[in-house]
Every structure is written in C-alpha cells, then in structure tokens.
Design a protein around this ligand. Structure first.
Ligand code: SF4
Ligand code: SF4
Length: 543
C-alpha cells in the first residue's frame, strides 16, 4: 500500500476537514456507517490459520472462511447476533471492570483528545469516549432498563451488522495503549473495552491476520515467526559470531540447559531482525561480562504474546509455556528481555493466569545479591531492572565515549511505563551509557507517553498511512528534540517499538535511528580480554 508523501500527509493532518481542525459533524455518530476501503483496514485472518487455532485445546476461533471487509456479506454465522449478545452477557458477568466501565462514564470529554488515533485521523469515533460508546450503546439497549424502554433516547441502539462492522473498524484503530485512562477521572480503561470488542468479534470469526498468524506460529513452534528450535539457536549463534568479529569476545550461550540458575526469555524479533538483533548482542555481551549462569529455551522462544490482542484464553495458553519451561529446566527464576506488551502480560496477568510459580525463587541477582521483591509473585524481572542494579553496584565497566555517535532521547513504551511503572531504570541506564540524552516534552513521556501507533498487531503494511497518522504525536515529539538538541537516536525497551518506530522515524524524522537500551549498554561495555575494532557505530558497525 503506497503511503502519501510526508508533506502531503502532514498538511492533511493539520488542515484537512476533521474534528481536529474544527469541522463539526453534521450527522449523529450512530448514523455514520463504517466504510472499508484499501488502506483503512488490516487484512482478515486466513482461513487455514483460524482452522488450526480452533482445533487447539482451550481456545475457540470459529467460522474459518475467506472474507473481505469490503464485501457487504461477511459470511457471519446465521445466529451471529445471539452469539455476540451471549458473549457480552458472559463477559459482563465475569469481568467486573467491564461492567463498571460500561456504567460510569460521565462523558466529560477529558479523554477525547488524548488518543493518538484521534490526533492523527481527526475521526470522532477515535475519541476514546466514543470508541467505548460503540459497545456501551449495545450494553445500554440490551442490559439496562432505561435502554430497553427508551432505546436511542437513552443512548442505546440495536445490534446490527453495521454495528459489528464499526466495531471491527475501531477495535483495530486502538493500540490498547491506555493513554486515555491516565486522564479519565474515573480511570476508565478504553484498552480493556477494545480487548472485549476484539474477543466478541472473534466469536463470530472476525479477526486480523497480523494478530492471528503470529499467535498460530507461537502456539505451534514457540515463537511468532515460526522459527524451529534449530533455526532459533542458529540465529543466536550467528549473533555470537558477529560479536566475536566486532569485539574479540567469544560468547557461548546455552540452550535448554537443565539446572541453569536463570531462564532468559526475550521477543523472538530480537534474534532475527534489525535493529532488535543489536539489542540481543547487547544482552549476550552483558551476560558474558558478568558470567551469568543462564540458558535460553527453544520452546519458550518468544517473550511476546499476541494472545493479548486476541482473547484472554489465547493469552493464557501462550503464556503458559514460560512457567512450564522454567519448571522443566529447573531454573531458580526468569529474566525477561526488552518488550512492551510481553511485560503487560507478565506483570498484570501471568501470576493469576498461570501461577503461583511456587517452584521458582524470588529473583535474586547472583552478582549483586539484590533481591527483587517487586517480582515476589511473578518470579520474573525485566532486563532494565537487572542492568540498572548491576550499574548501581559497580559490577560492570562502562565507557560512555563508545556511544559518542549517539545523542539520545527515550521513548517510554506504553506497556512498560503505564502497565508496570518501569520509568526510572531505563533513564538511570541511559545516564551511565551515553554522554548526551534529552527528554521529550513532559506531556509525551512517562505515564503520558505517546504510543508508537502500530502496537497490538497493527504493525502491518496494508494500513501504513493509518500507522503514520497515529504515530504522528510520537514522531512530533521526537522531531522537537531532534531540532532542539540534535537527537539522532530514539532509545526504547520494546521489540514492537524497535520495529514500528523505525518505520515511523524513516517517514517523519529520518535523521533519527531506533535502538534498544541493551544495544547502548553493549556498545559501552568494557570486557576483560576484549579486542574491539574501531566501532564508530557501536555494535551495528559494519566491519
Ligand atoms: S474521561 Fe472518562 S468519564 Fe470522561 S468521557 Fe472519557 S471515559 Fe468518560
Ligand atoms: S487505549 Fe490508546 S489507542 Fe485506545 S482509545 Fe485509549 S488512547 Fe486511544
């Protein structure tokens, strides 16, 4: 899908008729249908992918078929409406949060202009309050007395195929980033509403391939790309060769080794794609420098969990392999690599979904002795916590001048910042590995960080213009620090960010590259016996 040139898109975002530019809609939102055209929807899940997943124990993905959002007939089951309403009733019963979110919005509008999709598209239905209203209107009609009696006068409406299509459109124009919830006086989390919408849609066979194929691969082989154990191991070993070539240090990681102290799990993107592979080289160097007794797993070979963007049951199933593998290998605790949504699952859901992990110990750094009580229930800590603790205890030697080519800023991933409060550790690390780094404006960082615009499985090429629009608020803040301070590197701790922000920067701020924090750590690490080449671009130097 060709994307319009930057200057044209920038003009249309700033000047085109939209709610953002003062154009007032002339029709009630309920009367404006969703219109699908190439570029505004992600491709539906392939029939064979759905068929495979539906055959798996513990999950349900019915109605595998070929279909297109542009068709009038979506080939839904004959009783689709009944399925949806039953599904909603069941979820209102099971999830107290959903019931509260349906009831307590006062339509104050505080969330309205906080969503990057609204800021980038100007579409009123991308205001979080209205996104939630897409579901709330059905809830009112079917589950409240006022709605049953007064219908539209009470904000209710009938569940129709048009409503279902609207759900599909706007559930996939939300990256579940939760920025809106930070500003809501009632703490309404629109991301949770989007998650429910996606679950309900899956009950009638409506989902996108960019979510379902990685889910299917992950279920089958353990990782999103469907890498076999041999290929996974081979990729990591290629990176070890690169490290030796660059630094003279031979790294020899182990795989599936029983009795290792620590199991290390990271997103598979770190082992096969730039710029994630440089982050992975950073991990490998760090573990070598401190002599960590750890192992990789070729079964739990994916930290990411696209089940989160699909259904609670799918998320739980994919997450289960982490504890299962930790148990099989007999490790003491788990160390996790840089990822965003992986950490949302681990931090918020893993313990209740698949715990308690009593067979593991509360993580204790074998190098510093620090006990990470914050992970007392999950038994798993983030690489940034681990690294920051090493730095604080003077256990690694760092030379900032090795990052002389870097003037950085830091992008808080939505999930690590808002879902787990990982705010200080990455900044502490940056303070110690680069000479110069600058914060983006305060309303675009920390809890208020702007999403990359392509998370929750929206990192797909057919919706590129939508992604560039929704990523504009993030890119705009990077542009600001680039122009003001000469920032040329956007640091982050998320694998999806490393992929999506690279595309976003290429489009809006091409002077800026994207790097995982562990890459910057790896650049700066001084290791006994090393024989480094002149690495003018750190671990990504071509020699
Ligand atoms: S900020 Fe909260 S209460 Fe106000 S409109 Fe948005 S969701 Fe509703
Ligand atoms: S969760 Fe993020 S993408 Fe979704 S409505 Fe809220 S701000 Fe927008």
């Amino acid at each position: 899908m060709a994307v319009v040139k930057v200057d044209k898109l920038a003009r249309s975002v700033a000047e085109g008729p939209s709610l953002m530019t003062g154009s007032i809609p002339t029709r009630n939102w309920m009367d404006v249908p969703a219109v699908f055209k190439p570029g505004n929807y992600a491709y539906p899940a392939k029939a064979e992918v759905i068929r495979y997943l539906d055959s798996q124990k513990g999950v349900s993905f019915p109605n595998a078929r070929e279909w297109s959002p542009e068709d009038d007939d979506w080939k839904l089951p004959a009783n689709w409406k009944e399925i949806i309403l039953k599904g909603l009733a069941d979820r209102l019963d099971r999830f107290r949060s959903l019931k509260i979110f349906m009831d307590c919005c006062v339509r104050c509008g505080a969330c309205a202009d906080k969503c990057h999709f609204f800021l980038g598209t100007g579409d009123p239905k991308n205001m979080p309050v209205l996104r939630a209203e897409l579901l709330r209107s059905i809830y009112r009609q079917e589950f409240t007395r006022a709605g049953k009696i007064l219908g539209r006068m009470a904000g209710g409406r009938e569940m129709t195929a048009g409503v279902l299509k609207e759900w599909f459109m706007y559930a996939y124009q939300c990256t579940e980033c939760r920025r809106c919830s930070v500003f809501c006086p009632y703490g309404i989390d629109t991301a949770e509403i989007t998650m429910m919408l996606r679950e309900l849609l899956h009950m009638v066979g409506v989902g996108i391939n960019w979510a379902m194929e990685p889910v299917s691969n992950s279920n089958r082989t353990g990782n999103h790309m469907g890498l076999t154990p041999q290929a996974f191991k081979g990729n990591v070993e290629f990176l070890c060769d690169d490290i030796e070539n660059l630094t003279g240090v031979r790294v020899n990681p182990t795989f599936n080794r029983k009795g290792a102290e620590v199991l290390f799990i990271t997103p598979s993107a770190d082992v096969f794609a730039e710029p994630g592979i440089f982050t992975c080289m950073g991990y490998l160097l760090l573990f070598e420098a401190i002599g960590l007794d750890y192992t990789w797993s070729t079964y739990a070979s994916e930290g990411g969990n696209f089940g989160l963007f699909t259904s609670n049951e799918m998320m739980k199933k994919l997450n289960g392999k982490m504890y299962a593998e930790a148990k099989r290998l007999g490790v003491r605790w788990i160390l996790g690599g840089e990822c965003g949504h992986m950490w949302r699952v681990l931090h918020q859901y893993m313990d209740t979904m698949n715990g308690p992990a009593d067979f593991l110990e509360v993580p204790r750094s074998p190098i510093t002795g620090t006990v990470f009580d914050n992970a007392a229930s999950t038994r798993m800590i983030h690489i940034s916590e681990f690294t920051a603790d090493l730095i604080k205890n003077n256990k690694i030697k760092l030379d900032k001048s090795r990052n002389a080519h870097v003037t950085a800023t830091f992008h808080d991933s939505c999930n690590t910042s808002r879902a787990m409060g990982l705010l200080e550790e990455p900044r502490y690390i940056l303070d110690h590995v680069v000479e110069n780094w600058f914060e983006m404006p305060p309303n675009t960082i920390r809890e208020q960080t702007f999403c990359c615009g392509s998370g929750t499985a929206l990192n797909t090429d057919e919706i590129m213009e939508l992604r560039m629009r929704s990523g504009l608020p993030r890119a705009n803040a990077v542009r600001y620090v680039h122009d003001k301070h000469g920032v040329n590197t956007l640091g982050c701790v998320c694998a999806i960010d490393r992929a999506t922000l690279t595309t976003l920067m290429n489009y809006w701020v091409p002077e800026v590259q994207v790097a995982g924090l562990s890459e910057l750590v790896g650049n700066a690490l001084v290791i006994d016996g090393e024989q480094r080449q002149d690495l003018t671009e750190g671990l990504r130097t071509l020699v």
